[in-house]
Design a protein around this ligand. Structure first.
Ligand code: SF4
Ligand code: ZN
Length: 294
């Protein structure tokens, strides 16, 4: 691990990752053993590695898998989540976008001007929050890693998206806004490191890339950041953690938008109808052959 100027055997690498996660949980005061934790699980390396780490650290964590309806890719991903939970006796809640909400991500992308990834991100945020609230979990744990967060920060900075910069933090304390506290304990661990952890721990995960990922701008940013990391080891970590230490206090002062209940589903939203209900309505209009204005 060039950014730590260190090398580990398998056993000590696993210890190192556990310590990195526990340190992140403690430093950001994310949760303790009394909290009721729900982890968003995708069948990929990050969420399954995190589930493994948290369980080993003694936390009781249930998972929730969202089936996105992206053909065999989604079926395979759900299969990896199910097998992981089953083999370890963990509880996995399952939501199927097609069965439970009447649309899939490819249909959502075809029905609106949103990209597949934008419709997907919106759906994940909405459904995972909804499951956490309705099942009584007070903390929603997400498997975003260092690469994910650094790429998001880079995108928010290049677009000077002040609202997003104000909210980019590994702990979103939103219980006063009708949302579960959202936490990201994996942000000190790079993508290659979660992959190595999964291999060492014998975790089977989805290795194929989502067929709808073409054009995903965050993936393109990750490639550029990796090129910079190659010549300047530790650059991604300095970029992200420097922002959290020195940038966050500056942007946190920005006023938060006022939230009201969505007229359709009652979830917190800045408008009359939340973005997810609008997306869902657009897919229904497409299915019934009506035009959509996006
Ligand atoms: Fe969703 Fe895009 Fe990721 Fe596919 S690549 S799972 S569409 S966010
Ligand atoms: Zn709604």
């Amino acid at each position: 691990m060039r950014r730590h100027n260190a090398a580990f055997c398998g056993e000590h690498f696993v210890d190192h990752i556990r310590r990195q996660v526990q340190r992140t949980i403690d430093d950001f005061d994310m949760f303790d053993h009394d909290d009721s934790l729900l982890l968003g699980v995708s069948g990929g390396k990050d969420s399954l590695a995190l589930w493994d780490v948290l369980t080993d650290l003694g936390y009781e964590v249930d998972g929730v898998n969202l089936e996105l309806g992206i053909g065999p890719y989604s079926e395979d991903s759900t299969g990896y989540s199910r097998r992981f939970a089953h083999e370890r006796g963990l509880r996995l809640l399952e939501v199927d976008l097609g069965r439970d909400y009447g649309f899939t991500i490819p249909v959502a992308a075809a029905s609106t001007s949103r990209t597949a990834c934008s419709a997907c991100g919106l759906s994940k945020r909405y459904v995972l929050n909804h499951v956490a609230r309705t099942h009584g979990y007070n903390v929603l744990v997400m498997g975003h890693n260092l690469d994910d967060e650094a790429a998001t920060l880079f995108s928010n900075v290049t677009n000077w998206n002040i609202d997003y910069l104000a909210r980019q933090h590994p702990v979103l304390q939103e219980s006063d806004r009708g949302l579960a506290r959202k936490v990201k304990p994996l942000i000190r661990v790079a993508e290659r490191e979660t992959a190595a952890y999964a291999v060492i721990r014998g975790i089977d995960y989805e290795i194929d890339e989502c067929p709808m990922a073409a054009g995903n701008t965050l993936n393109q940013i990750k490639e550029h950041l990796n090129a910079m990391e190659h010549t300047s080891p530790g650059m991604k970590q300095r970029f992200l953690f420097g922002f959290l230490e020195r940038g966050t206090p500056v942007f946190r002062g920005e006023p938060r938008p006022v939230l009201d209940a969505c007229d359709v589903c009652g979830s917190p939203t800045t408008g009359d109808v939340c973005a997810f209900c609008k997306l869902r309505a657009a897919t229904q209009r497409t299915e019934s052959g009506e035009d959509d204005d996006g």
